[in-house]
Design a protein around this ligand. Sequence first.
Ligand SMILES: NC(=O)c1ccc[n+]([C@@H]2O[C@H](COP(=O)([O-])OP(=O)(O)OC[C@H]3O[C@@H](n4cnc5c(N)ncnc54)[C@H](O)[C@@H]3O)[C@@H](O)[C@H]2O)c1
Length: 284
Amino acid sequence: MHKADPSRCSAPTPLPAIAASAAPVSIFAVMEAVPFRVDGKVALATGAGRGIGLAMARALAAAGAAVAIQDIDLDVANAEVARIRSQGGKAIALGGDLSDLTLPQQLVEQTVAHLGSIDILINNGAIQSNGSWLEMPVEEMQKQFDCDLLGPILFSRYAVPHMKARKWGRIINIGSIQQRGANPHMLPYSLSKAAMEKFTMALARDLAKDQITVNCVAPGWINTWRNRDDFKTEEETKQKGRHIPLGRIGIPEDFAGIALLLCSEAGSYITGQTIFVDGGLSAH
Ligand SMILES: NC(=O)c1ccc[n+]([C@@H]2O[C@H](COP(=O)([O-])OP(=O)(O)OC[C@H]3O[C@@H](n4cnc5c(N)ncnc54)[C@H](O)[C@@H]3O)[C@@H](O)[C@H]2O)c1
């Protein structure tokens, strides 16, 4: 059993216990005490110029965080940063290919240099090669493991000391529905995503004493740039959505709520979990 060292735990704000309270407490006090806000926090989201990472970064920016938006396509990251700034938010754009393992240290340092700290890390960026595992070149497999698994480990390694110093932190690792299935045509990808679940659990136990929560958010089938060939027309998207229990393909904005829950004080007692945001696809 993991033993928390109470002397190292900062005391979180107690929530009003309505039922146990002798004095009548307004039911609205709960919402006031559990704000879905991240004012003053600094977030770094990788692969976030588009799609799920972008929706999460936007939600955090709207809820008061300064955000570092990383993407290999610096133009899309810059365009989003301009949009956030024009609406009064604070943001920077960071470039680079996530399969370059020198990047995590550099980008964490740049985030801290420009935005002052790093409190929230969204390990979102990932590449995905499909093909027979019997024929996939070793270099291609290695690149995926570097980008999708080693990269998030290193980003966390460099970000965590900044979180520990403040005794507060949030890490969200983006997994996939593929971490539960067995898909021989995307072996390095699904293995990396499956490993994210264990990585999340291990880190959650290790970092709990510093009030750093670590969770994995696993998307189902989402209409994003990487899947643009699957959803060429509205009709095709609707048709494919019929295979999902909730009756539709996911959209990036479906990830805004989970980002706010896990990164704000509202989620401060959730750690080590994998949460599927998949319209019910994994529920069988
Ligand atoms: N879309 C889905 O259906 C789905 C399903 C399961 C899991 N996921 C996971 O969700 C995360 C986000 O996926 P998405 O669908 O939002 O992606 P997306 O394709 O919409 O956007 C990904 C962004 O990452 C950038 N990028 C690509 N390669 C990069 C690299 N090597 N270095 C840096 N940036 C790079 C792209 O330029 C793009 O802007 C990924 O971890 C993915 O594995 C997505």
